[in-house]
Ligand binder design. Structure first.
Ligand SMILES: [Fe+2]
Ligand SMILES: [Fe+2]
Length: 224
């Protein structure tokens, strides 16, 4: 497949990521029978005061955090598709495509959980996709060791971010919690795979810029 054909495939993948329901190859990492689900909003609102009750606030927090995670997975799709598009070797492309497939599961799990909670995905997703795809291509054209370095640093930051969210999710939201735990295991594995494939360590200033960009992204997706 030449670069033009691959670009068409990536464009198609981008449209599907942004506008079609995501499908996971692996089942949701939750056992519905064993875990409690947050109560529905209508059962938690006091009709006399119409003020949100604590359960409703907890659900709202879960929705916001899962929207951020969904946006992160949209970005991960774009990043790895961009990197795979310009990868120099078939081996690097295979690593990226394998990671992208697992990220697609994450995307579908977050989307499904958001739907269950009655939340919506971020309206900024097309912007995140475009920016991440451009970043993926830019890091990929520098060479495979930088592409892998970028993957390792991204996964390291995502792992830290997921640990932070696990600390912030409402205690009773076992389903979201289980999803994030499984995602974190996968992200750690993606990072290790990147190291095994010759990742270069990114310069500190680049790592810092990545942190700032991801903070801007997570803060905006929390609200919008
Ligand atoms: Fe992921
Ligand atoms: Fe990952």
């Amino acid at each position: 497949m030449n670069i033009f054909d691959r670009f068409i495939c990536e464009f198609d993948a981008g449209l599907r990521t942004l506008f079609a329901p995501a499908y996971a190859e692996r089942p949701l990492p939750v056992d519905v029978a064993q875990h409690a689900v947050l109560p529905e909003p209508e059962t938690t609102t006091s009709e006399s005061t119409m003020k949100p009750m604590p359960d409703m606030l907890a659900r709202e927090e879960s929705i916001r955090l899962m929207r951020v995670n969904h946006a992160g997975e949209v970005s991960a799709q774009a990043l790895y598709q961009g990197q795979a598009l310009v990868a120099k070797t078939l081996e690097t492309r295979a690593v990226l495509e394998h990671a992208a497939r697992e990220e697609r599961d994450h995307l579908a799990w977050c989307e499904s959980r958001l739907n269950e909670l009655g939340g919506t995905t971020s309206r900024l997703n097309p912007l995140f996709y475009a920016g991440s795809f451009a970043l993926g291509v830019a890091s990929g054209v520098l060479g495979d060791k930088w592409s892998m370095g970028f993957l390792v640093e991204t996964e390291r930051q995502v792992e830290a971010h997921l640990s932070d969210h696990l600390g912030r999710l409402p205690e009773d939201d076992h389903k979201s919690r289980r999803i994030l735990e499984t995602m974190r295991e996968d992200e750690i594995h993606h990072g290790q795979t990147g190291m095994e494939h010759g990742a270069a360590t990114l310069p500190r200033p680049i790592q810092s810029v990545m942190k700032v960009v991801s903070k801007l992204m997570t803060r905006s997706a929390y609200w919008v």
